[in-house]
Structure formats: structure tokens, C-alpha cells
Write a protein that binds this ligand. Structure first.
Ligand SMILES: [Cu+2]
Length: 670
């Protein structure tokens, strides 16, 4: 549904501007997904995954098993062969193979598993160490990853008790485990660090998920003694083993911009790249570097990052400015079958995705899956890289641009924004502002464009860069015309002077009109999330009512669910509707006309940067009533008169990524 809707939108806008030329390219034209057939008796909820030296794929599952898969590449069309190697583990969420043994982090134990007699089945399970745990459902453990000295790195999720809590030492930390089982804390402030990796330069990175203290998904470098933002882990910094002495009381837990809050926190590590919540994904997972150009030489040296909730792979380009990593993320390939948690390179250069969605809902509907992504050999027209420059950005393209469209400032839109730093869950986008473009200098080879901006840069802000109107020399549109660059520092170097700007002829008025409209929207003074009642959201009982005819209470549950699947009301009855958000995520509740749920859900996703301001409620006659977006552990009551027309209406959460699963039926009867 998502794809159909999007291509219709593109088709419509092309037709409207008279530029209809050819069918727009899709991700599938360049990157194809192949699904591994999984035998029925294997519940392959992938927790960890590794490719063995002989090419077999090893998978540990959230049900506590390890499976070995021969021929995952389905050579000559033959089926892969699955063999269960080990069982009885406790939700292992990482798998490594080293010197003939597997290593995996169970919730409470780092285990070494060996097949000593060589019969293809594990027969020796050895506890390397006990991992700290009190038994809270949210205390996941991930890894291990061997460091160059042969020690093992493990990351420890915080628990959840209405907020992320470090209920035992060293929850919320990256720890190092020596081969003899000693645990040493390395880095603090982690929330849900499901994925971490060394890049080819030997630097360690992890991906983080939105939550309390964490405004949005992000990828950060992990350094010894650094603090990554989540306050609860600081509980243990008075311990002599702690490599940092920061306390929670020192944190500016005020909701001020994270861009400036970080400057006040000793040892705070700014993310190398934010993955703006919903605009890019909703739950960043595995990071993998493409050192060989497996997905095309144009992306060699870049990273691919999974998103569990959006069932997609994103792309990340990093550069070093002032000695620190920073860079941009881009959409890459959506439409995976389930929640994408693990990424590995196959020996054939395909990108293998290991998936699970139980309890962590995803747009891919399968409960679990393994798929491989294969490059077709064709090069998409994309922003290959974005570089910081002293006066703006340099966009490198994968193919030469059409100099006419690339030189026109109206064909780009650049905005910047940041988030709040606080102990609350997530953050709205704040301080959004559109940049004015002074001019463009297109490189002589057509492969890059310097976009020169007016005004000062905003340090540690996220820059949204959209070359929407730029065409390739053969008139293709950019496949994904958006990237988010995290500008921690502005690079030094040569400036572009006005005389060097590439001249261009003014094009159709439609661009200027769109620009003006977009600008008007983004430069409005910052609005707060709470708005007064509207006709579709009446928060006080209407004066004409003496009492409601019916009171309905709907709550939320983990896993993107309402706590009731169906409620029934009388046509035309006066309804008091209480919505309690008891979950650990942000939700709203929108009542929509029969059959309109997908349409309204997609409109909410397409609100983009405007979404948070609008509570992710799109303007549509099919939206009948709605609440605002509610933070975890909060409630809102609205009043409405039930439709006079009987039928099956839907109540749905339109927070992006939720609408396909988070629905219930509002049955209106005579
Ligand atoms: Cu929701």
C-alpha cells in the first residue's frame, strides 16, 4: 500500500508540472530482495547472526536456539539447508564465531558454545561470565564483539519501570569482559544499544533508539569514559571502577536544545549522525560498513544501518571534521519482510538481513524472516556524499547532474533543527529554520555541487538537505532526494565567491511558488504541542450536555496495541472518550471514517517535518475525532457525538510507523 501511494503521488506531481517523461525509478530497480525459505519447525526470530568462514549463515533466535544455514545464497536455485545447532539459551541478542566456538549474550550470561565432537551439534556450553540483571523484561544484553586484544564487548540495555532504569550495575553501559570473565565498565549513558561495530579504522560505533533521554535514533562513536545521554546509568559512577565521575544531578534536564545541552555535560559524546525520528526511521539497529563496494562502488566506504520498526535499510556517510566523525544519513531500501535487527555481508556480497517483529512491531508484517539484498549492477542517481564546507555543503552525486537544474537554488531546500534534552520520552523537533541559499557552484565534471548558505551555522544541529528539483544529465530525479547531516563542526577550507556561482536561467514559476509556501510553513514561530480544543478534539464536556450517554476508555499496550480491539457505541450518542497511554512510546488516538485508515495513516507519515506540530493528525475529512499525541503515562479525554451513520469505524494511532498495526474497531450501531 505504501509503495502504491507514493508512486501515485510522484506520478501526480509530475503530471501536474508537465514533466511526465518516464516511469519514476524505484529502489527495486537497483536493489532486489530475495527471501530465504525457512522450514516450518524453525521459529527464526533473529537475535544475532554471523557468517561463518565457509559461507554458512549462523543465526541465534530470541527463542534461544542457534541454527546453521547451509547455502543461504540459494546457488543454482537450490534451497538452503537448516540445522539446529544449539538450544536452551535465553533470548540471545548477538552471535560471534571465533576460533571454532560461538559466543552469545543471553540476558544474564555471556556463553561460549562449542561442538567438541564435531557432529554438527553443540555439546559444550560454558559461562564466560554472568551478565548483571534483576529480571526486568527490558534488560536485554547484546553482543559480544571481540576487541583487538581478545576481550569481549557487551552492551547492556536499561530496564523499564515507567522510565528507563539501571536496576543493577552496569545496566546502561558498554562493558568489557575479559576471557576469564571480569567485567569492566567502559562507556555510560546507553539506553537500548542493540547494535555496535568497529569500522575499518578501528573506531567503535553504536546505534541508539529513541526513548527517555533520547530524542531520536542516532549513531555515536563509543569511547572509553564517554557519556551518551541517558541519565540513569550515572547511578554507578561513584564506583571506583567507573571511568567517569559524572552524576545525574549535573545533567541539564531542562528540555533545552540538545545542541547546547551537550556543551554543559562533561564527557558528553555528540552523535556522529542523528537518524531523525520518523523522518528517517523509528528504531535504528545494526550498522555495517561496506569496505568492498558490495552495493555498488559509489557507496564503498559507507555504512548501512537497519531500522527495526520501519523494516528498512538506511545509508550513512561519515567524514571527520576537527578530528570527530559526523555525516549524513539517507533512505536506502525499504520493504523488508519483518523488523530488521541484524545485517551481515554474505560471501557473495549480498547484504543479509535478519528479522524479528514479536513485541517490537514493524511495518514488515512477517513475524520473522531472512532476506538478502542484491545490487542489480545499475547505479541509482543519488546524493552519494554530503560534505561540510566553511560556507555551506558540498553534495556529491553518483552521476553527472544536469547543470541547468543543479545550478538553480530553487531546486534545493535546506532546513536545520534540533531536539530537546530531557528525561522525557523522545522530543519534538525544535528551532526548525530554513536556510537561505546564496548560490550554487556546480563542479566542472557535474559530479558535485557546492551549496553556499547565508548566515551563521548552527553547531550540533541537524541539516535537512533536499535537492528535490535537481536532475541527472539524462533527466532522472534523485531517487531519495533527502539527507540529514549532523553538523557538529563546520569544516575549514576554500570559500566560493559570488562570481564563481554557476549562472542559471529562471525556470517555471511553480518552483518559486513552492519555495515560498514551504518557507512560510517552516518560519512560523515555534508552536507548542498543546493546542486549544478544535472541532475534532473537544477536551471539555460541551455545555449543552448534562452528561455523556456513554464513557469509553481505551489504553495502550507494548507492541503497538490498544488494550481493546473493539468498542461499540450507539449512533448519535454523546461519548466521553478517555485515552490512556500506558505504553513506553508516544501515541495518539484518531477516529476515522470506515475504510479510511490506510489513507489517513499515509497522510500522517507524509506530513514529514510538519508532523509533530500537527500531532501527526493530517487535515482530512476522513479524520472525525482525535486526541493529541500523548507521552507515556499520560491521558487525555475528548468528547464527541458518535456518527449518525452505523458502520465499522476505526480508531488508530497515526504516529508514523504505527497505523498499520495499532488499530481498533469503533462499531457504530442503531
Ligand atoms: Cu502509536
Amino acid at each position: 500500500m505504501k509503495k502504491i501511494f507514493r508512486s501515485l503521488t510522484i506520478a501526480f506531481s509530475l503530471a501536474a508540472t508537465g514533466l511526465w517523461a518516464q516511469t519514476p525509478a524505484t529502489e527495486n530497480d537497483y536493489y532486489q530482495l530475495r527471501t530465504l525459505p525457512i522450514p516450518q519447525d524453525a521459529i527464526l526470530e533473529v537475535g544475532g547472526m554471523t557468517v561463518l568462514p565457509d559461507g554458512r549463515l549462523a543465526v541465534c533466535t530470541r527463542r534461544g536456539e542457534i541454527w546453521l544455514i547451509e547455502n543461504p545464497y540459494q546457488q543454482q536455485g537450490t534451497a538452503p539447508y537448516f540445522k539446529r545447532f544449539a538450544q536452551g539459551l535465553h533470548e540471545p541478542l548477538g552471535l560471534t564465531f571465533r576460533n571454532g566456538s560461538f559466543y552469545t549474550s543471553n540476558r544474564g550470561e555471556l556463553t561460549k558454545i562449542t561442538d567438541e565432537d564435531g557432529d554438527g551439534r553443540a555439546d559444550h556450553y560454558e559461562a564466560v561470565t554472568q551478565l548483571p540483571i534483576v529480571g526486568n523484561y527490558h534488560e536485554y544484553s547484546y553482543g559480544p564483539l571481540f576487541d583487538p586484544n581478545g576481550d569481549m564487548l557487551v552492551t547492556l540495555n536499561v530496564g523499564w519501570v515507567g522510565y528507563g532504569a539501571s536496576l543493577t550495575k552496569w545496566r546502561g553501559w558498554l562493558v568489557k569482559v575479559s576471557p576469564d570473565g571480569k567485567i569492566e565498565p567502559i562507556s555510560a549513558g546507553l539506553r537500548s544499544p542493540s547494535s555496535y561495530m568497529y569500522n575499518s579504522s578501528g573506531d567503535l560505533f553504536y546505534s541508539e533508539n529513541q526513548g527517555d533521554w533520547v530524542a531520536s535514533g542516532k549513531v555515536s562513536q563509543l569511547k572509553k569514559g564517554s557519556f551518551n545521554g541517558h541519565g540513569e546509568s550515572l547511578k554507578w559512577t561513584s564506583d571506583p571502577a567507573s571511568p567517569l565521575k559524572l552524576t545525574k544531578e549535573q545533567l541539564p534536564d531542562t528540555g533545552e536544545p540538545v545542541a547546547t545541552a551537550g556543551e554543559k555535560i562533561p564527557h558528553y559524546q555528540y552523535p556522529a549522525c542523528w537518524f531523525p525520528h520518523v523522518l528517517m526511521g523509528i528504531s535504528t539497529s545494526d550498522i555495517i560498513e561496506d569496505t568492498k563496494g558490495n552495493l555498488g562502488p559509489h557507496f564503498k566506504g559507507q555504512y548501512f544501518v537497519g531500522d527495526q520498526g520501519h523494516s528498512k535499510v538506511m545509508r550513512m556517510y561519515l567524514e571527520k571534521v576537527d578530528g570527530e566523525y559526523q555525516g549524513a544519513c539517507f533512505p536506502f531500501r525499504e520493504g523488508w519482510a519483518s523488523g530488521l535487527l541484524r545485517l551481515q555481508w554474505g560471501l557473495d556480497g549480498s547484504l543479509i538481513g535478519g528479522m524479528t517483529s514479536r513485541g517490537w512491531s514493524s511495518t514488515g508484517k512477517a513475524p520473522y524472516a531472512i532476506q538478502r539484498l542484491i545490487w542489480s549492477g545499475k547505479t541509482p542517481f543519488e546524493m552519494q556524499e554530503i560534505h561540510s564546507k566553511p560556507d555551506g555543503f558540498e553534495i556529491v552525486f553518483t552521476k553527472p547532474v544536469d547543470p541547468e537544474t543543479a545550478a538553480n537554488p530553487a531546486n534545493y531546500k535546506i532546513s536545520s533543527f534540533t531536539y530537546k534534552y530531557h528525561h522525557l520520552y523522545g522530543s519534538p523537533i525544535i528551532n526548525a529554520e530554513e536556510s537561505k541559499i546564496k548560490g550554487i557552484k556546480v563542479a566542472a565534471d557535474g559530479l558535485s555541487a557546492r551549496v553556499v548558505l547565508e548566515g551563521a551555522f548552527r553547531k550540533h544541529y541537524i541539516y535537512e538537505i533536499k535537492p528535490e528539483g535537481v536532475k541527472s544529465a539524462d533527466q532522472e530525479s534523485v531517487l531519495h532526494p533527502v539527507g540529514y547531516y549532523t553538523l557538529n563542526a563546520v569544516a575549514k577550507g576554500d570559500l566560493v565567491t559570488a562570481s564563481q556561482f554557476t549562472p542559471f536561467k529562471a525556470t517555471a514559476a511553480v518552483h518559486h511558488h513552492e519555495m515560498a509556501e514551504a518557507k512560510a510553513e517552516t518560519t512560523k514561530p515555534g508552536k507548542t504541542a498543546t493546542k486549544a480544543s478544535s472541532a475534532k478534539r473537544v477536551t471539555e464536556m460541551p455545555a449543552s450536555w448534562s452528561a455523556p450517554d456513554q464513557v469509553i476508555t481505551v489504553g495502550t499496550k507494548p507492541g503497538l496495541k490498544f488494550d481493546v480491539s473493539e468498542v461499540q457505541v450507539q449512533a448519535g450518542a454523546k461519548i466521553k472518550f478517555i485515552f490512556n497511554n500506558n505504553d513506553d512510546m508516544t501515541h495518539n488516538c484518531v477516529i476515522v471514517a470506515p475504510g479510511a485508515v490506510d489513507e489517513v495513516g499515509m497522510k500522517a507519515i507524509n506530513l514529514g517535518l510538519k508532523g509533530p506540530d500537527l500531532q501527526y493528525v493530517p487535515a482530512s475529512p476522513k479524520v472525525l475525532f482525535h486526541t493529541n499525541l500523548l507521552q507515556p503515562e499520560s491521558t487525555e479525554t475528548i468528547y464527541f457525538t458518535a456518527p449518525s451513520q452505523p458502520g465499522d469505524y476505526t480508531f488508530v494511532c497515526t504516529y508514523p510507523g504505527h497505523h498499520t498495526v495499532m488499530q481498533g474497531k469503533l462499531k457504530v450501531v442503531k
